[in-house]
Every structure is written in C-alpha cells, then in structure tokens.
Design a protein around this ligand. Structure first.
Ligand SMILES: Cc1ncc(COP(=O)(O)O)c(C=O)c1O
Length: 415
C-alpha cells in the first residue's frame, strides 16, 4: 500500500509534539539533521516513561499489582514492536542496544561454530554488525568472508553473495540500510540465498527501521535488530528472533531466569521504562498514519507517507549540494532504493570543521565515520571523515535550505 504525504499528519502537527524543536541557539531555531545518530523524542514517549516510573514501577513476575502491571506493559510493548516489525509479540526481545544484543546472540551462535566454518559479513555495514563476528571468528577459528561494496553504485556487488556462499557458511550478517550512504539493500533476496545455503541470517535494521516499514516475515531472516532511539524512542535495543532460531541457541543464562522464548534472549532486569517508551514511539509513528484501521495499517500509511516526504526533502538536499563546487556527495542518487540520509565532504575541510561551522547557525549535522568504518576507509575518508545529514519526520524544506545555505557560505567564504 502506498499513501501520499498529504494523507498523513502534517509536518507542523508532527513538529508540535517535539519539545526539542523549541530550542533556539544564538537566535536560530535548531534544525536537527543528526537523526541517523539518534532522533528527537516526542512528548508522548517521555510521558509514557514517566507514567511507568511514577505509577507502575516494579520488577516482573510477582503477585502484587505493580508487578502484574509491569508484566502486562512489557507484553504489550512486545506486541506493539511486533506490529512495527511485522511479527508476533512472542518473537520480540529487548536489550541495552543493538550492539549488546548482537554480541550476545553472536556468542550463543558461536558455541556451535567449528574451526574452518565461514561467516559472511559486508563492507557496507556499521561496525556493530562486523565486530561481533570478528570476535567470534577469532575465538572459534572461523573464516570471515566479506561481501564487497561497489564504489560506483554504492551497493553490494551484484551476484557477489552467491559466489561467497559455501557448504561451510554458517552465518550471513547483512545490513538492511547503510547509516553512512543511505543505501537500501535487497535483504529479502540476500537472505533467501543465504537460507538456501543453510546459513543463519542476521539483519541489522537499525538505519532501515526509521525509514521503511520492516516486513520481517517477508525478509524471512532468523534475527533482525533495531534501536528505538533511531525512531523517536529512548535508548533501547530490539531484536526479532524467529522462534525456532532462538530456541536453537545455546544462550548463556542464570539458572533461575526464564528459559522460554523470547525472555531467554534477555539478560538481567530490563530497562522497563525504556521498553514502555519504545512502544510509545511506535504508537507515535502509527498516529502519523491517522486513526483508521489496525496499528499495523496505520504504521503502513505513516511510513509510506513519511517516505514520500523524506524523498522530496532528500532530492532538494541532493540537487542543491550537487551544483556546489568543492562538495562531493556519496551514496545512491534520489529515486533509487535509499534512505533520506546524505554523507558529503567539502574539499579542504575536515568534516568536524564543517559541523562546527554549521552548529552556531542552529544546523546540527554529524561528522566522522559513524562506525561504518570500512565504507569510510574505502572512500578514503577515514581521517577527514564525512558530514552526515539525515531527514527525519520533523525535517522541513526550510531547514534543508538553511543547511545548504550554510554549506554554500562555507564554500564561498571559508571557516
Ligand atoms: C546501521 C547501524 N547499525 C548498528 C548501530 C548500533 O546500534 P546501537 O547504538 O543500538 O548499538 C547503529 C548506530 O548508529 C547503526 O546506525
């Protein structure tokens, strides 16, 4: 289903929900382009977290009301996040963040890895989907194989996965969208190839989930991870685990702790208020899609409408920067499968200098390699870093204009 941007909540109505947008620096209202590093939080998310802490705060699985309420709220949150990813409540688990969850899962997978087994990772991925596999390969004597990035298309090399798969491939770990280039990869097709080879499939959807509605059952992977702080929630990691895939893991656990799926994936007491906040972030997104239909239907409308809006903003950003001398942009062009996240460099300036030039104008951009270490190195920007600007649900065309005007002033006048 597609929905035009006009069928969802207006950007003004969305912006009114974000207290952070009231911030003014040196007379400039702040334009937050740092969403790929972490988005701002709508009031209803903070309210839900406070309501939990003030009125329902307890540990789980006891007999008194606040504990019963906590159990109910956590289960409700699993159901809400299940709607967000396209699965049932029983397939959602939580953790500190995506990185911690993946180290945990990789270690459990590793208990079944033999010397000489192979793990496929990609050059396009954030280091969080690289380091856990590197650690595993080192510990278990496994072999790492890299899915190469084509620097002309900014995509995985066509047909490359097929040639890397072998009867010894045990894991294929891929990102759904690149947090540095914005590239959206065809994880459905890649997971199908990996599955056919008998590999466990792990998808990093941290940068994908804020921009596209995840259809985890269509992707048909074993594990998919995302982080609520990238989609207007608090700092909580979320993992979808296919029930059989989780049950097959040899998970480290405390003897008295629950050993049923999905709680078996969670270690220790969880961040209850954060989990409640993550569910409130999904409700916030669903409400952008109006009031008609199920939560999943509202999310579909919202994400499609936001995607259409994001494409317009991204095209404006791309087209203006493309004609500026000394500005070099990286990543697939508008109109191709990508998120509205742009990394660029200004010739002669380290990325930090650009970010520092823009900040006093109330334009917040990120700089560096964004932990997409291999991409930055392959592009030759490991040292200078790139400037990254991401459009979020609260981004306006005026803000994009302020960003590109700022870059233009830098190019013309210098820092
Ligand atoms: C694509 C991608 N994967 C993984 C991560 C790591 O997520 P977390 O901070 O939840 O560990 C990030 C964080 O920036 C990311 O952008």
């Amino acid at each position: 289903m597609t929905a035009p941007a006009s069928e969802i909540l207006s950007v003004e109505a969305i912006r009114a929900q974000f207290p952070a947008l009231d911030r003014v620096d040196d007379g400039y209202p702040v334009a937050y382009f740092d969403g790929p590093g972490g988005t701002q939080v709508p009031r209803r998310v903070g309210d839900a977290m406070l309501d939990y802490l003030y009125h329902h705060n307890a540990n789980t699985h006891w007999a008194y009301p606040t504990s019963v309420e906590t159990d109910a709220l956590l289960w409700q949150a699993r159901a809400t996040l299940g709607d967000f990813l396209g699965c049932g409540a029983g397939e959602i688990a939580f953790g500190a963040n995506m990185t911690t969850l993946l180290f945990h899962i990789a270690r459990a997978i590793g208990r079944g890895i033999q010397p000489g087994d192979e793990i496929i990772i990609t050059e396009l991925d954030h280091h969080a989907n690289v380091a856990p596999w590197q650690a595993l390969a080192k510990e278990r004597g496994a072999v790492l194989r890299w899915l190469p990035l084509d620097l002309t298309t900014y995509r995985h090399e066509e047909g490359a996965l097929e040639s890397l798969l072998s009867p010894r491939t045990k894991v294929v770990a891929i990102g759904a969208a690149s947090n540095i280039l914005g590239t959206i990869s065809d994880v459905k097709a890649l997971c199908a190839q990996a599955r056919a080879a008998g590999a466990i499939t792990v998808v990093d959807a941290v940068h994908y989930a804020p921009h596209q509605l995840v259809e985890v059952k269509a992707i048909d992977c074993d594990f998919l991870l995302c982080s609520a702080y990238k989609f207007y929630g608090p700092h909580v990691g979320i993992v979808y685990g296919r029930t059989e895939a989780v049950a097959a893991l040899d998970l480290p656990r405390l003897e008295p702790a629950p050993d049923w799926v999905p709680e078996s994936l969670e270690t220790g007491t969880q961040n209850h208020e954060g989990i409640v906040g993550a569910a409130a972030a999904v409700e916030f997104l669903a409400a952008i899609g109006g009031t008609a239909g199920t939560r999943r239907m509202r999310l579909e409308r919202a994400m499609h409408g936001l995607h259409a809006r994001g494409e317009q903003l991204f095209t404006q950003l791309w087209d203006r920067l493309a004609i500026m001398p000394r500005v070099k942009m990286f990543g697939p062009p508008p109109g191709t499968p990508r998120t509205p996240t742009l990394s660029f460099a200004v010739d002669g300036y380290a990325s930090e200098v650009v970010a520092k030039f823009l900040a006093p104008r109330g334009v917040y951009v990120s700089n560096g390699d964004f932990y997409a270490t291999t991409v930055a190195r392959n592009l030759g920007y490991a040292e200078a870093g790139l400037v990254r600007a991401g459009c979020a649900c609260y981004t306006t065309s005026d803000e994009v204009t302020r960003l590109v005007d700022g870059v233009q002033d830098l190019v013309r006048g210098g820092a």
